[in-house]
Each structure stands twice: as structure tokens, then as C-alpha cells.
Design a protein around this ligand. Structure first.
Ligand code: BDR
Ligand code: CA
Length: 313
């Protein structure tokens, strides 16, 4: 199985992604870095600790990530989408807090597993940017690859007309990550918006009663779906952006890609956090190339999601 170091901010789609990773025999989740984003960092930690406890997987390292963005100001949380505590209607028991390891555990994990490790970032880019800042590219880029959920190219954003939430939340950090990662693969809204899961699929999953997450899945999913219906009337189901990014780790061949230099808007207002790449037909560009997922095989994603989420731990 592929060893994974996960940066996240759970959050409903992050939580489903964590369940997916733990249930997936093709993924070996080594450590999770919890950061602010969809909710604050303490809540993110409690949510991850709860999900690990349910799976009896306390051996997965829990690492303390960023509490605020590099931009210095507070960014909004989205309780209307992810719930007051990030798990929709579910409240993790107050007895579960989560024992956090220091930030520099990230470097120990990287040093330990080197090119056997894949880093997946499904939250704001802050913690990963800080890791690059502290350790430098040489240390960070010994890993096999980076899988990052963020951005929207020549398509509407989901928090402003042009910006996607992860990059909008900390555009400075997103810019650092986009210019620093080697073997970086990006999953923008262009593909993740179509990672739609329907209530019928969830019904099918929870019916098997094979794993401890199935008891929560329907409530979490329905909450997210209700929020999505208000944003996009008439949709068949919500988009599981973060799950798609983990699916890509095990099934990169389900995607088609383009390679581009990616820059991030740093101005305030509608330019903040906007991701930009040059799609004009022209020769080679200078700079750090990012592999951007551009198309994918929906059926492969949907079938795999149902199979993994219905299976045993
Ligand atoms: C991304 O933003 C977050 O709110 C979601 O969890 C996902 O990572 C989608 O834009
Ligand atoms: Ca997320």
C-alpha cells in the first residue's frame, strides 16, 4: 500500500476522505496534520482523533498544524457547509481531544519514508508552506509526490467568482506550495466539482454494515448535500473534492493531465486566491511545473468509492 502523510481540515469531505483512506487497503495512512480551515485547528484535531478512535487506529500519528493563515488575518469558517463542529450534525464525544505531536514530526516522517511517501494536502496550504519554509525544498522534495486539492482554472470558484476555498484561505501559502513542490499534482474544481456522490450510492454503502463509519456516513452526507443544494439548486449530490484527491493517489490512471506553471492571486477582493495557468498555445514556459488533473473517469471514481466505503476496516 502507498504510504501517505495527510494535511487536512475536517470538514465533511475531509472526514469522508479520512474514512476512505483508512478503509482503503491500497493506502497506508502514516500521519495526519490537522490545521484550521473548514473549522478551527482544535476542532480539526478532535474530529481526526474521533475518526481514528472509531477505527481503532490510534497508531496513526496526529501532528499539530497551522492555526491561522500566513496572510495574518482571520479567514472565515464555513459552518453552513460543514456544520458547527465540522462533521455536519455529529458531535464527537468531549472526552476525545487528540494528543498532538509537534510540527517537526513532519520532517521525521519525511526522513523516515523518503521516496516511499506521498504527501496529500486537502486543506488550506498554510502548514505545507511552513514546512517548506522551515526545512527547504531539498528536504521536502525527497518524497515521491504531492497530491493537492485546490484551485479552479478558467472556471467559477466556490468562495468568490474566481477562487476556490483552499487557495482563497491562504493565497500566500498556496503560492509558496505551487512554486516549491516537485512532482506536484493538483486536483482543482475543474475535476473535483464532478466528484459527485448521490444519496442512492450512500444508501448502497451503508446497507452492508461492514465498518464503524457507516453508522455516521448517512447523517454527515445528508448535511453536506443539503448545504450543496442551496448553493447549486437541482444537483444530484454534493462534490467530494477531498475524497477524489485520495482516490487519485491509488488510481492516477483514471485522470488526464496538463502540465503548467501555476500562480496565485495575492491582491485582495476578487483576485485573492485565484489560480492562474497559461492555456495559450505557446512554447515551453519557465518555472515550477505542476501537473493539473483535467479530466477523469467518473465511473471508476464512483465504483471505487462505493467499494472502499462499504468494505471492512
Ligand atoms: C475544498 O475546500 C474545503 O472547504 C473542502 O474541504 C475542500 O478541501 C474545496 O474547495
Ligand atoms: Ca478540505
Amino acid at each position: 500500500p502507498q504510504k501517505v502523510l495527510l494535511f487536512c481540515d475536517p470538514g465533511i469531505d475531509d472526514s469522508l476522505a479520512i474514512m476512505y483512506a483508512l478503509l482503503n487497503p491500497k493506502i497506508d495512512l502514516i500521519a495526519i496534520v490537522t490545521s484550521y480551515g473548514n473549522i478551527d485547528q482544535n476542532q480539526a484535531t478532535q474530529n481526526v482523533a474521533y475518526l481514528l478512535e472509531l477505527a481503532n487506529r490510534k497508531g496513526v500519528l496526529l501532528i499539530s498544524g497551522a492555526k491561522t493563515p500566513l496572510t495574518g488575518e482571520f479567514t472565515p469558517f464555513y459552518p453552513e457547509i460543514h456544520g458547527e463542529q465540522g462533521l455536519g450534525p455529529i458531535k464527537p464525544p468531549s472526552t476525545i481531544k487528540g494528543e498532538l505531536l509537534n510540527f517537526d514530526t513532519i520532517f521525521k516522517v519525511i526522513e523516515n519514508y523518503k521516496e516511499e511517501l506521498v504527501i496529500v494536502d486537502i486543506g488550506r496550504s498554510t502548514s505545507l508552506a511552513i514546512a517548506f519554509n522551515l526545512a527547504g525544498k531539498e528536504t521536502m522534495n525527497i518524497v515521491k509526490a504531492y497530491f493537492i486539492m485546490g484551485g479552479a482554472f478558467l472556471t467559477p470558484g466556490n468562495v468568490t467568482p474566481g477562487a476556490e476555498a483552499n487557495f482563497y484561505g491562504d493565497p500566500i501559502a498556496a503560492g509558496i506550495v505551487m512554486s516549491s513542490v516537485k512532482n506536484g499534482v493538483l486536483y482543482p474544481l475543474n475535476v473535483t466539482n464532478d466528484a459527485v456522490i448521490t444519496p442512492v450510492m450512500i444508501e448502497k454503502i451503508v446497507a452492508t454494515k461492514n465498518n464503524p463509519y457507516q453508522a455516521l456516513m448517512n447523517d454527515i452526507f445528508q448535511y453536506y448535500f443539503e448545504a450543496y443544494k442551496k448553493l447549486v439548486p437541482g444537483i444530484e449530490g454534493p462534490s467530494l473534492h477531498d475524497v477524489m484527491t485520495l482516490f487519485a493517489v491509488t488510481t492516477p490512471q483514471a485522470f488526464k493531465y496538463v502540465e503548467k506553471v501555476v500562480t496565485i492571486g495575492l491582491a485582495e477582493g476578487n483576485l485573492r486566491g485565484v489560480s492562474m495557468a497559461d492555456f495559450r498555445p505557446k512554447p515551453e514556459e519557465e518555472g515550477n511545473k505542476i501537473t493539473i488533473a483535467w479530466e477523469f473517469d467518473y465511473q471508476a471514481f464512483a465504483d471505487d468509492f462505493i467499494k472502499v466505503m462499504s468494505g471492512p476496516l
